[in-house]
Design a protein around this ligand. Sequence first.
Ligand SMILES: Nc1ncnc2c1ncn2[C@@H]1O[C@H](COP(=O)(O)OP(=O)(O)OP(=O)(O)O)[C@@H](O)[C@H]1O
Length: 361
Amino acid sequence: MSVSEADVLAAMSKVMDPELHVDLVKAGMVKNVRVTGDTVKLKIELTTPACPLKGKIQADAEAALKAVPGLKSFDIEWGAQVRAAGGGMPGGALLPQVKNVILVGAGKGGVGKSTVALNLATALAQHGAKVGLLDADFYGPSVPLMTGLADKKPVSPDGKSLDPLLAHGLKVMSIGFLVEADQALIWRGPMLHGALMQLVRDVNWGELDYLVLDLPPGTGDVALSLSQSIRAAGAVLVTTPQDVALADVVRAKQMFDKVHIPVLGIVENMSQFVCPNCSHATPIFNHGGGRKAAEMFGIPFLGEIPLDLKVRESGDSGVPVVVGAKDSLEAKAFQEVARNVAGRVSTQSMKSVPLPVVQAR
Ligand SMILES: Nc1ncnc2c1ncn2[C@@H]1O[C@H](COP(=O)(O)OP(=O)(O)OP(=O)(O)O)[C@@H](O)[C@H]1O
């Protein structure tokens, strides 16, 4: 019995991408099908190199090909092509080469937002994605220290734009590179908006799959400003597990809803302290509150990061834990968060993401 390309495509159309809820053929993920006699070669192009469900998709695709009558062998080449949020329309006019802008926000300070933003960005880059990290935490930029770039300054190739600095596979820009560390930063209104637009528009980001943007805590000003000028794939909310932090996460979610930025999910940071000697887990700030909040909102829970000395030390030393201790429990937790975020962003690429209200200059 001879096998045709149509037989192979019919088999692949029975395989669902469990995250996108669409079959591989409809999602345009099946490429280069070449049937020769009773064997087939094809390429499956995932929507992110950090696909959280690759194992399941691979098992299902292989099972479907094994069930094609007459097909004796197959060779699947795996690849990934990150798609732009908003059904192929990237970050808006200000960021035409950035496929997905991911905001990282928190209802209040000190919950580990910058730590999550940095490790998320780095983990995505470790999968092979092109990633930028923009520290827009005007009131306490910590990315220069956390990336080991504290004594560096970005240069301008043309007197107008700035080249981002490079660290750990990321293109990095921070408001902290542009102002002195001890300068009192009293940003408000138009000044804040202007500086933010400079960081977004006047940086030579080049082509990026993901731009991870570390927001200042709590305030709605920056989120509002961004919602008016760029198209974000969505926001990741970081919280610690105790009840008082959860009240802040509720406010943060309401703020993103108000400015029509989809919330991709919640990360619980400083979740439990796992003793490095006996592995006993102590829920210092309680445990499970992030998941509870996610359930309450009906949004995904993206993962929990343990409270650990390594994470704090890595922040101070300029080497993120996903690089410096990449096999640790903490690094694995960040990697899982990154895969889950990438999966959620992929689902946004199938939907239309709200357009900026105004194209700011
Ligand atoms: N899981 C963790 N375990 C141990 N220390 C952590 C963890 N997450 C963050 N930290 C530490 O907590 C401190 C605050 O973290 P970070 O600066 O990321 O928080 P933030 O929410 O961005 O704060 P801010 O609102 O001030 O910008 C840092 O010293 C960081 O290294």
